[in-house]
Design a binder for this molecule. Structure first.
Ligand SMILES: NC(=O)C1=CN([C@@H]2O[C@H](COP(=O)(O)OP(=O)(O)OC[C@H]3O[C@@H](n4cnc5c(N)ncnc54)[C@H](O)[C@@H]3O)[C@@H](O)[C@H]2O)C=CC1
Ligand SMILES: O=C(O)[C@@H]1CCC=N1
Length: 272
């Protein structure tokens, strides 16, 4: 049986933006602050995490391994080697490493840890902070079915999870890992358009964000193809089809496809 979230003790190595999003999401989903530990290099960051969330914030990652079975690696890909060096000798068969690093393969992580460590790779995204995350998951060669189920349960508590082949995690990174930034750009640009047409900035921003959120909910809840939903907004000779003509002429669709591909390529480069 998969451990309930409330019983999991989870140690984060690296307490930056994505770790904080996960910590907030997990706490909101029912994790106890005492069961969440973070090893973070920066004093100021440790203090913030302690004060904001009541989690244990430590200087040494080695201390995490005494208290937690699940270790979430949340440093930048370039810092993976330095972050794993102090724990490789302490990593025991009951530990499972969940890496959220873009690009870095399970094979590389296994090699850095040495032996036959249980490793899972996850590519989450920051909306996990409000329980609206989207994550791709893939397991390394020594991880068990139970490890995968536990990782899925963990990330399902803060959003949606898709299990994919490891080779596809770069694609997940380009799409949903980096994707919130594309959506924020769209919201900002739509709000700018509203301001250009005379709306107050705050009203424009609310309308833009709610429109993107509502449109996304329609795709998720109605299960209908976005093209069909889009057609329903387009009245003949109306405003929307005039706007879509502008977006197509400006190459929005191609630009977004290219953006996902560029991010996936960057993820492959980060493999090291
Ligand atoms: N920010 C995002 O939206 C997402 C990030 N990721 C992945 O998450 C990882 C972290 O990204 P961010 O949170 O954005 O970066 P960040 O720079 O905000 O956080 C990294 C943190 O790790 C700390 N750190 C570095 N080396 C350490 C060590 N040896 N021991 C303890 N702490 C250490 C740093 O002081 C920093 O606070 C990256 O590998 C990234 O690919 C994955 C999905 C989404
Ligand atoms: O920008 C990055 O490299 C990370 C990985 C996915 C989202 N943020």
């Amino acid at each position: 049986m998969v451990q309930a979230l409330g019983q999991m003790r989870i140690g984060f190595i690296g307490g930056g933006n994505m770790a904080e999003a996960l910590i907030r999401g997990l706490l909101a989903a029912g994790a106890a602050p005492a069961n969440l530990l973070v090893a973070e290099l920066l004093d100021s960051r440790r203090e913030q995490l302690r004060q904001r969330y009541g989690v244990q914030a430590l200087t040494q990652s080695s201390a995490l391994l005494e208290q937690a079975d699940i270790i979430v690696l949340a440093v930048k890909p370039q810092a993976a080697e330095a972050a794993l060096a102090p724990i490789s000798d302490l990593f025991e068969p009951h530990h499972c490493l969940i890496s959220i690093l873009a690009g870095v393969s399970t094979a590389r992580l296994e090699k850095l840890l040495g032996g036959t460590p249980r490793v899972i790779r996850v590519m989450p995204n920051t909306p996990a902070l409000i329980g609206a995350g989207a994550a791709g998951i893939s397991r390394g060669r020594n991880a068990t079915d139970a490890d995968e189920q536990r990782a899925c349960a963990l990330f399902r508590s803060v959003g949606q999870v898709q299990v994919v082949k490891e080779a596809l995690l770069d694609a997940v990174t380009g799409l949903s890992g980096s994707g919130p930034a594309y959506a924020y750009l769209l919201i900002e640009a739509m709000a700018d358009g509203g301001v250009l047409e005379g709306l107050p900035r705050d009203v424009a921003l609310q309308l833009a964000a709610q429109t993107v959120a509502g449109a996304a909910q329609m795709v998720l809840q109605e299960g209908e193809h976005p093209a069909l939903l889009r057609d329903r907004v387009c009245s003949p000779a109306g405003t929307t089809i005039a706007a879509l003509r502008c977006l197509e002429a400006a190459g929005l669709r191609s630009a977004v496809i290219e953006a996902v591909a560029c991010a996936a390529q960057r993820s492959r480069e980060l493999a090291g």
